[in-house]
Every structure is written in C-alpha cells, then in structure tokens.
Design a protein around this ligand. Structure first.
Ligand code: MMA
Ligand code: CA
Length: 289
C-alpha cells in the first residue's frame, strides 16, 4: 500500500511538490509564532495577576496603615485635649498661687508694721516704768529722811537720851555708824546702806570727823557727798547744807575722767574720786532711844 502511495505521490509534478513544502514551512512558522504569542500572553497574564495581587496587598496594608494612623490621630487628639485642659488647670492654679502670694506679702508687711508698733510701745512702756521706778525710789528716800528727821526732833523735844544702835554699828552722839569693808562703787555703797536701814554718812562737825578719822580704813571709804548733777556743787545725802568740810589740800579737783563722788582717805581728809572706784564705805542711822 505504501508503495502505492509513494507511487501516487511521485506521480505529481516536481513544481507542485516544492509548493507543498513551502506551505508546510509557513504553517510551522505560523505555529511557532502562535506558540510564542501564547507564551508571551501567558507571561503577561501571570505578570498582571501578580501585579494585581501585589496591589491588593499594598491596598490592604495602606488601608491598615490609614486606620492605624487615624486611630493614632484620634488618640493624639485626645492627649492634646487632656494636655490643654491640664494647662488651663495649671494656669488657674498659678493665678491662685500668685494671688495667695500677694496676699501673704501684704500680710507680712502688715505684721512687720504691727511688730514695729509693738516694739515702740514696749520701749515706751519700759522707759515709762523706769522713770516711774526712779521717781518712786526718790520719793521713798525723801520719806525715809523725813521720818528720821521727825524722830530726831521728837526725841530732842522729849529731852530723852537716844544711844541705842544695832549690832555691828558704832554709836557716836545721836547717830550710829557702820563701817563697810567689802569694796564697792559709790552707788553700790549707797544701796548697801539703804539695805541696812541707813544711808551713806553726812559729816557736819569736827567732832564727828574726829570720830570717823579714828575708824578710817587704809583703802579709803565712800561718804554721802557728791556733785553728780552740777560740777562743783556738792550735796550731802541727808540734804543738810555743806556746813563743815575736811578736804585734803588741792581737792576737790575733778581729776581724770571726772570725779563726782567723795571719799574719806586713811587720814580722814576728803577727796573727790571716780564714782566707779571700788572702796570701803561708811553708813549712818539715828540712834534709837
Ligand atoms: C590723786 C589726785 C586726786 C585724785 C586721785 C585719783 C592720789 O590722788 O589727783 O585728786 O582723785 O589721784 O586717783
Ligand atoms: Ca580728786
């Protein structure tokens, strides 16, 4: 049979056979081109699907991001609001604190003013009470002296002999004398005599001076004579006039830093001396009957 086909085929003329081969070649080329196109299309399709898939993923991610960002934005807005209200609160607090501070400053200055007023009142009160005390002490001294004078006058008018002295006091004529031996300033000696119900001695006669000279101390003793108020104007503690004196020659001289208190030296003579010097002292009081 094969042999018959071939024989049939071979029966065609040679030109017709060439034409057939070319057709086949063309068909083959067409087939190849079609296959290439098909492959290309398939690749394109695959690339397209892949791109679409990627785009979808990107879209989803973007949507996710957008929702995340909007959530963050919301949260941020909320935070911002809270911070704003906090800031407003803080401003209010600050204004309140400033007002409080102002009030305290004005209160403080008021308090200082009051304190100054109180201090002034206190110092006024102090100086007032000091003045009162001095006045009272002065009046008391005057009263004591008055009483002593009255006693003296009373006994003199009665004609009775008054020669009684307390222990440690020495009697002479109508008076008793105490010879203090603990060195004191003039003012301290004055107070010491007062506390012994006496006063610093006032000397009014040579007899009295002679008696005192016999008891004079080596260190020297304060007596009740001073020129504290007016320089050179000497006043006795008993307020009697300066009717007798026994100054050492050249005294009183108000030497050095000022000498306004009188002392009796070991010789019995008087010298004006610095009132702050520490000396012995002599007190007197009236003898009792
Ligand atoms: C001298 C004499 C006095 C004076 C005393 C002060 C020793 O005497 O100047 O008048 O009071 O010094 O210490
Ligand atoms: Ca003197």
């Amino acid at each position: 049979m094969e042999e018959s086909l071939y024989s049939e085929f071979s029966k065609f003329p040679r030109r017709r056979r060439r034409c057939c081969r070319r057709g086949m070649q063309l068909a083959l080329v067409g087939l190849m081109i079609a296959a290439l196109w098909a492959g290309l299309l398939t690749l394109l399709l695959l690339w397209h699907w892949d791109t679409v898939r990627n785009l979808k993923q990107l879209e989803e991610a973007a949507a996710l991001n957008v929702s995340q960002v909007s959530k963050d934005l919301e949260r941020h807005k909320g935070d911002q609001m809270a911070q704003k209200s906090q800031a407003a609160q803080m401003l209010q607090d600050m204004a309140r604190i400033q007002a409080e501070q102002k009030r305290m400053v004005s209160q403080e200055s008021e308090l200082f003013r009051n304190l100054d007023g109180l201090r002034a009142d206190l110092s006024n009160l102090k100086s007032y009470s000091l003045n009162e005390r001095h006045r009272a002490l002065h009046s008391l001294g005057r009263l004591q002296e008055e009483v002593e004078k009255l006693w003296l006058e009373l006994h003199e008018s009665n004609g009775s002999v008054c020669n009684t002295c307390p222990e440690e006091w020495v009697h002479f004529q109508r008076k008793c004398y105490y010879f203090g031996e603990t060195a004191k300033k003039w003012i301290q000696a004055k107070y010491a005599c007062s506390s012994l119900q006496g006063r610093l001695v006032s000397i009014h006669s040579q007899e009295e001076q002679d008696f005192l000279t016999k008891h004079a101390h080596i260190r020297g003793s304060w007596i009740g004579l001073r020129d504290l108020d007016i320089e050179g104007e000497f006043i006795w503690m008993d307020e009697k006039p300066l009717d007798y004196s026994n100054w050492q020659p050249g005294e009183p001289n108000d030497a050095g830093q000022g000498e306004h208190c009188v002392m009796m030296q070991a010789s019995g003579q008087w010298n004006d001396a610095f009132c702050g010097s520490y000396l012995d002292w002599v007190c007197e009081r009236l003898a009792t009957c």
